[in-house]
Ligand binder design. Structure first.
Ligand SMILES: [Zn+2]
Length: 199
């Protein structure tokens, strides 16, 4: 039971876009109040089941592992892995926090000048427009750069050092909650939906 309650459920909005990852209790709340349906992934297809259909499915396919169901007075209900909201069609308005870690993730651990791929320890955060020439510490003016390019650029504008940015630095649009859940709580059936919303 403890294991079951610690499971996480991926929430999709009405347009099948991943918007959140929530606990089992909240997920059952949404389902049983008919605010959401279960997306049940079978081999290479998805079935969409209403709460009563999900309960019927749970009864005809009794769960075996403790972590896969919750018990009510009458029956064991399988824990859904993915819920589809009936009404909500927006994406969450969560701002992506401006942090070192998110900058590395936005730039995909590549030097934005030479394009090389590096470990975090081999990368610096570079002010594109140098600070003492009015450059801000912001999404639009900070990029990751390798130590070599960083040294070469020094305290200059990129063009003064013969460097060009690979990408225009912008505030990221992806929702970072997703990357935090690619660890132990990640469920294989989420893959399809998380891939689709990464960009
Ligand atoms: Zn570089």
């Amino acid at each position: 039971m403890e294991l079951a309650v610690s499971q996480r459920v991926l929430i999709l909005n009405r347009l099948w876009q991943a918007v959140n990852i929530i606990g089992v209790k909240r997920a059952f709340g949404l389902l049983l109040q008919n605010n959401a349906k279960v997306i049940h992934s079978t081999d290479d297809d998805f079935q969409v089941l209403k709460s009563d259909e999900w309960i019927a499915y749970s009864m005809s396919n009794p769960p075996i592992n403790d972590e896969d169901y919750v018990r009510t007075i009458q029956y064991k209900i399988r824990i859904p892995r993915i819920l589809l909201l009936n009404y909500y069609d927006k994406l969450p308005m969560k701002e992506v926090k401006f942090t070192r870690q998110h900058l590395f993730e936005r730039d995909n651990y590549t030097c934005q000048y030479c394009g090389g791929h590096f470990t975090q320890g081999e990368l610096n955060l570079d002010h594109v427009i140098p600070r003492d020439r009015g450059g801000k510490t912001s999404w639009e003016n900070i990029v990751t750069s390798c130590l070599y390019c960083n040294t070469r650029k020094g305290n200059r504008f990129p063009h003064e050092a013969g460097l060009r940015l690979k990408n225009k630095p912008v505030r990221p649009k992806w929702r970072p909650f997703i990357s935090f859940f690619l660890g132990s709580e990640y469920n294989e059936s989420w893959r399809h939906f998380l891939k689709a919303t990464r960009s």
